[in-house]
Design a binder for this molecule. Structure first.
Ligand SMILES: *[C@@H]1O[C@H](CO)[C@@H](O)[C@H](O)[C@H]1NC(C)=O
Ligand SMILES: [Cu+2]
Length: 320
């Protein structure tokens, strides 16, 4: 029996996990974890999540990167290296790759004592006044905007002024070694444009995104305006959410869990037709396929798209 199970796993080309960050076993998903809205989580859940994020910066890097980097930095490095040259954005794998990446992060938080599921920031609810969102709470949240007066970074990066992550010092900026204090540069409001570019994820934009029934239309609509607008709105020109090392800002993972939740909602709106819907042109000019491999540069094993297409099957077991 045990041997049969091992044989099944071997044919699935999955290594047996020896630690929390290695390959996720495929098994039947009977009791999916519930991913929560940060604004509705308890204080204890928020505290435990924040503590685990800080703990990542005390763990050694899993990658053979020649610097004094940490497990915290590994996420920014992997994302930066897979963005230049581009392998994970502006092509169909954008959604499943980031789904897998958020799961790898959740697994890493578990290695730091957190027991809950990944959480998300519902920015569609906060689009008109995003700076007032619960995620920016200075005690039980991620802290707020960067400040000109917050010293230590020089003029090109706006160090955040408050919150539990104020003393985080990420190693990378884009793909370069450039240690700095965690930074944000919230886009100010302009006539016709709410602060943090809220109009990029307004109800009318979301309605348009959800009007697409084909994956190859839905994914770019979601990636461009809501996803990209939020990155630019939080990161501005002088914040960590802007460059390719955007996982430096822990809000990245609540943002991408929200992107994932929107895809999950779209899939479930017509489950039979959409749960395996995966189409479009890859950046190398080939048609995308469920058999495509998603690179993770040794932060976790490379994985097949088809094992991450359903949040309640394959290598995953969660819902929203
Ligand atoms: C964020 O802070 C920067 C620097 O002080 C400022 O230019 C920008 O207007 C602020 N954004 C918001 C939305 O308050
Ligand atoms: Cu990305």
């Amino acid at each position: 029996m045990k041997f049969l199970l091992l044989a099944t796993l071997a044919t699935a080309a999955l290594a047996l996990p020896s630690d929390p960050l290695s390959a996720r076993q495929k098994k039947t998903c009977t009791n999916p974890k519930l991913r929560k809205d940060w604004a509705k989580a308890t204080n204890a859940e928020k505290k435990s999540y924040i503590d685990a994020v800080l703990c990542l910066a005390t763990k050694p890097s899993r990658l053979k990167v020649p610097t004094h980097s940490t497990l915290y930095d590994d996420f920014a490095w992997v994302h930066a290296k897979l963005t230049d040259p581009q392998r994970i954005h502006a092509e169909p794998v954008f959604l499943p790759w980031h789904r897998y990446f958020v799961q790898v992060y959740e697994d890493a938080l578990h290695s730091c004592g957190y027991t809950g599921a990944a959480m998300y920031w519902d920015w569609t609810a906060d689009w008109a006044a995003p700076s007032k969102a619960a995620v920016w709470n200075p005690v039980l949240g991620f802290g707020g905007n960067g400040s000109d007066s917050a010293d230590g970074n020089g003029p090109l990066k706006l160090r955040i002024a408050d919150g539990p992550f104020r003393n985080l010092r990420p190693t990378y900026w884009n793909g370069d070694v450039d240690p700095h204090w965690l930074s944000r540069d919230w886009a100010p409001a302009y006539p016709g444009q709410p602060e943090l570019i809220g109009n990029a994820y307004s109800p009318s934009i979301m309605e348009e995104v959800f009007s697409w029934t084909e994956y190859e239309r839905f994914w770019p609509a979601l990636e461009s305006s809501p996803h990209g607008g939020l990155h630019a709105g939080v990161g501005g020109g002088r914040g960590d959410m802007g460059p390719t090392s955007s996982p430096n800002d822990p809000i990245f993972f609540l943002h991408h869990a929200m992107v994932d939740k929107l895809w999950w909602e779209w899939q479930r709106a017509d489950r039979d037709n959409r749960i395996n819907a995966y189409k479009g042109m890859r950046n190398d000019g080939q048609e995308a396929s469920l058999e495509d491999m998603m690179p993770m540069l040794k932060l976790a094993p490379d994985a097949k798209v088809k094992d991450y297409i359903d949040t309640e099957g394959g290598a995953l077991c969660y819902k929203y």
